[in-house]
Write a protein that binds this ligand. Structure first.
Ligand SMILES: [Ca+2]
Length: 214
């Protein structure tokens, strides 16, 4: 008669241990920071983008929860980053780049116009439709709309030197010099999530820039 309560006790003890382990499970998120580069022939070929050995000034990865930055990782020279010992939860990662801006010219302005024309249903240019990081990088005025004639105008104004950057007051609300993907990641059960983060110089919608060396 006493066997059943003993089994029940052991089962409850086991359950408590398992749930206790789950509560303290430590996870990690790692990957590479990459520039969404395209070759001169337009072939998509992302290239790692990192820091010099001596410092962590040119690119960082931000770890956020509920839009609040809770940690920062310093990618190495070939873009490897890692966040360790993360409690179970939902996190957002993105890169913050402080490298020299470049790679933006008339071909980017033209590409933005092609995108805009295609978005409006004309489909004149099969190569003219952006997605993902290229779409984000085309919103140079930060209005959050589909890249359009105003963005193309701002790109032109910058590469001919009328405006120094895409920041206010010349461009409102404006954008920083680099655009990053943002990934929302759920971690649990002590696993490592591998996630690369793509960046582009804001406005480099055809991915021509090579922002090296760090
Ligand atoms: Ca370009």
């Amino acid at each position: 008669m006493r066997t059943i309560p003993r089994i029940l006790y052991l089962f409850l003890l086991y359950s408590a241990c398992i749930s206790g382990l789950a509560a303290v499970a430590q996870n990690s998120i790692s990957g590479k920071t990459k520039y969404a580069h395209k070759t001169p022939a337009g072939v998509y070929a992302p290239t790692t983008i990192g820091n010099p050995v001596s410092n962590c000034d040119s690119i960082k990865v931000l770890l956020k929860q509920n839009d609040i930055n809770i940690d920062t990782a310093c990618p190495d020279i070939i873009g490897n980053y890692i966040f360790s010992n993360l409690p179970n939860g939902t996190y957002t990662i993105e890169a913050l780049v402080h490298k020299k801006w470049g790679g933006v010219g008339s071909s980017d302005a033209q590409a933005v116009m092609r995108h805009f024309v295609n978005f409006n249903g004309f489909s004149l240019y099969p190569d003219g439709y952006f997605t993902n990081i290229f779409l984000l990088a085309g919103d140079v005025n930060g209005m959050g709309f589909v890249p359009n004639a105003l963005d193309a105008l701002m790109i032109t104004r910058r590469f001919v030197g009328i405006i120094p950057d895409f920041k206010p007051p010349a461009v409102n609300p404006g954008r920083p010099d680099y655009t990053s993907e943002k990934h929302t990641i759920i971690v649990s059960d002590g696993i490592n999530i591998i996630k690369d983060i793509l960046v582009l110089a804001t406005g480099d919608v055809n991915g021509t820039f090579t922002p090296y060396s760090p």
